[in-house]
Design a binder for this molecule. Sequence first.
Ligand code: NAG
Ligand code: NAG
Ligand code: NAG
Length: 371
Amino acid sequence: MARAVLPLTVLALCIVAFGLSSTANAAIGRKMVGVYELNKGDFSIRVTNWGATLMSVVLPDSKGNLADVVLGYDTVAEYVNGTAYFGGLIGRVANRIANARFTLDGKTYRLFRNDGNNSLHGGHRGFSKVIWTVKEHIGGGASPCITLYYHSFDGEQGFPGDLDVYVTYELSSPYVLAVRMNATARGKATPVNLAHHAYWNLGGHGSGSVLAETVQLFASRYTPVDAALVPTGRLAPVAGTPYDFRAPATVGARVGVPGGVSAGYDTNYAVDGVGVGGEGQRRLRPVAAVRDGATGRAMELWADQPGVQFYTSNGLGGVRGKGGKVYDRYGALCLETQGFPDAVNHPSFPSQIVRPGKVYEHNMVLKFSSF
Ligand SMILES: *[C@@H]1O[C@H](CO)[C@@H](O)[C@H](O)[C@H]1NC(C)=O
Ligand SMILES: *[C@@H]1O[C@H](CO)[C@@H](O)[C@H](O)[C@H]1NC(C)=O
Ligand SMILES: *[C@@H]1O[C@H](CO)[C@@H](O)[C@H](O)[C@H]1NC(C)=O
């Protein structure tokens, strides 16, 4: 297979230029940041090795009109600045860790508090805010793909042990995007919970709210949270609650109405058929299906993780994105497949601990179509 096709845009961004930690300078100061395209007919994506970020996903609607269905920015510099995690690869541990601390094998580790008292999405500078190495890029042909690699060092953002992390994006026909992640622990046991943080709007990024899009979630239970948005440890049935998306429902049907949710969804669901306790996690399961009636675009998500965080961009407001479009609350939805939030502090949740030499794997398949 061909290797290292030249990036479309080599931005020659040096990490020093962004005033980041001097400890990392020696190792990554010479790394180049670029934007890489994968094209398969009228289906294409762009990826940057800044945060292994998915910058765009362009595909046709039922009439053949092309649109980019993920929120984001035109330039990598704006991703460096951004705070919404648009399209980013989240790690070492996605979602919240209560009180930014955990105990593993008798040792207590303290993390950065970047969400009240909690650690969120890997800390101040998680995997979505570092430069990854492009290992392979095949821009066209039958299976365009890009593989990115990141070495996370022992103690980075407070986490124990070196970790070798890979993510591959691959296009296949018809309109299938696969995201494959793995991470190998070196030397010490560590929690690992990677998540992909694309903000989907099947009507096209910047086309307005997703409240009218239809969502189905293949999940009968969810993990209720406390006031700090950390799971209580309970698994509750969705039946009879506004969290029930077992039958397709519009995103907005139960938002801001009596008996509904007040300000959108930011909720982890337990995906049906993925065994608690680590069994069955290798098998792809249907996680979610999304349909946009206005354009006839549809998306199916399959994955092999215990959970999926359903987030309806409740915190977005006035963000200037691609093409000058402004993104507001409910301007997109995220379906972040992952382990359960704060699993490291809940022995009853499926374990996210990776022992030295062991491999964490996470596979997602996104199937697009029109109706
Ligand atoms: C980064 O953020 C600052 C403060 O919000 C803003 O003034 C600046 O224009 C931003 N830079 C980029 C490249 O977006
Ligand atoms: C953080 O924890 C302290 C001590 O328990 C508590 O007083 C404070 O309210 C917490 N802050 C937030 C934002 O939850
Ligand atoms: C992780 O993924 C990379 C890229 O696909 C692959 O080369 C490597 O063999 C994988 N590692 C393991 C331990 O599976």
